[in-house]
Design a protein around this ligand. Structure first.
Ligand code: IMP
Ligand code: MG
Length: 182
């Protein structure tokens, strides 16, 4: 198995940070005067949340929320079933909620998360995803308001994203060899 050093890089650290800064500016404009409740889907979105939140304008009030769900086992194919590893700690009723997601693949995960969050009756509900794999979409009624990068149908790791819990710490988005997955 090739290590991270010779791994093919899809998005390097500088490109990531530059795009996240643009997203943060856009979000800051859209939520000016409001408190934005950033709902981070663990574990993959933890690093994205941290960088995104730090790049937002200082006058934007934020609150953090965390939810750990999974729809992936040890394989790279979505099972289409969601397991909740945690529940919301604070209510989101009447809040302006922005779901912070690492990647939208089939859309199964987000569609189930949306169903769950809508029951809270937030005032507004939007999605920011760092990565989008539109060619893999199965659930089509998901419209993220903010998308960092649209990427091809490759299994990617790094910047929060894992393969069997590895590689989350890499500061870039790399492509995992098909040989390494199977
Ligand atoms: P979906 O339910 O198929 O949209 O899958 C969403 C979740 O699957 C993401 O939040 C990731 O945790 C995981 N996932 C999807 N594609 C990748 C990938 O290329 N690399 C790592 N994790 C992925
Ligand atoms: Mg995720």
């Amino acid at each position: 198995m090739g290590g991270p050093i010779d791994m093919e890089r899809l998005i390097d650290e500088q490109q990531l940070q530059q795009r996240i800064e643009e997203l943060a500016k856009e979000i800051s404009q859209d939520y000016r005067g409001k408190t934005v409740h950033l709902l981070c889907l663990l574990k993959g979105s933890a690093i994205f949340l941290a960088d995104l939140a730090k790049k937002m304008d200082f006058d934007i009030e934020t609150e953090f929320h965390f939810l750990e769900v999974s729809s992936y086992g040890a394989t790279t194919k979505s099972s289409g079933k969601l397991t909740f590893h945690s529940r919301l700690r604070d209510p989101l009723t009447d809040k302006d909620v922005l779901i912070v997601e690492d990647i939208i693949d089939t859309g199964h995960t987000l569609s189930l998360v949306l169903e769950y969050i809508k029951k809270e009756k937030p005032r507004s509900l939007e999605i920011v995803t760092l990565l989008d794999k539109p060619s893999r979409r199965v659930v089509h009624d998901i419209q993220p308001k903010y998308i960092g990068f649209s990427i091809p149908d490759k299994f990617v790791i790094g910047y929060g994203l894992d393969f069997n819990q590895r590689y989350r710490n890499l500061p870039f988005i790399g492509i995992l060899d098909a040989d390494d997955i199977s």
